[in-house]
Design a protein around this ligand. Sequence first.
Ligand SMILES: [Fe+2]
Length: 363
Amino acid sequence: MRVSKNFIIGLLIFLGLAGVVASSFFVDYRNITSRASKTKPAVQVPESTTPPQAKIVEEEKIKFVAVGDFDSEARFDQTLTNIKKAEPAYTLALGDLSYGKIPEQQWCDKVNSVLGNKPFEIVPGNHDIEPKSQLTNFSRCLPNRINNIVGSYPDRYYFDKGKTLRTIVISPDVAINGNPNKFNPGSEELLWVEKILQDAKEQKIRWVVVAMHKNCLTIGEKTCEIGQTLNNLLIKNNVDLILQGHEHNYMRSDQLALSPTCLNILPNKVNPKSCTVPSKTSQYDKGNGSILAIVGTGGAELRDINKNSASFPLFSKFLGKFNDPTYGVLVVEVSNNKLSAKMIENTTGTVKDTFTIDYKITP
Ligand SMILES: [Fe+2]
């Protein structure tokens, strides 16, 4: 069969046109499907079957400041500024507030103008009752601001922060309302503190802090004014931290502990080494003894350390007039498993001492 040349040319043109149409159709089709795939809802991936990680809950810390022996000079103002910087929940003012240099209200006004209405709890000192008691006025302008206090403010009281911390304030050898507060054996005040310590044990309160103004074991110039009976009662009961003022310097002991080889820790007498549980790193374990911190560095003129004192080996850190003289405050943080403390200098914020007590869960 003969095919004409014109027919072949016509056929070729037709096929060419058909190809163009077909290719443009496929390009459009690809675009449509591509757009469709973009708008198509994403495939639902089943959620991970791995259980969510347990939320790490920051343990609540109770932060407080302890410092005493303020006086009424510029150094007292610096102490207040330092306290404010630490942002404590409350301050334990370890006695000897104004030394009678300015009216009580004026002294309180200074405190309240810096710290607002934050609790500034009074621990009575001898200069607060001499030559006449200023405690009525002080407790009027610096009233108790802790809501669950038990006892009588400011002379003898305690308060709990849940089951984490019990703080007990007493006034040994500071006569208030006709009570000389001698804490003699069998005295009402001694029995009271014994009962409160026992109650803390029964209630399984983790940490116990006892604050007072005067001392027993010291490497300053004072003597055992609180009496050995009270001193040994606190240590025998493993009070975690004993806080005092009165000496105008900073002294901090190792853990003091009574045992069959250390029946008493006596002032003015070299005590056996077994009376302390030392730690080169200042990291202690709960239950091994009581740490004593004397923090009379709130502003009153500093005094010297007596390195010849029989109690000298009991102490791990000291700051005095001729030994790195320091005005500052002790900032204490307490959580269920740790009590940690820092002695912070007033003007530079330098940490001059630090120690911790760990609660270790025994299997
Ligand atoms: Fe003092």
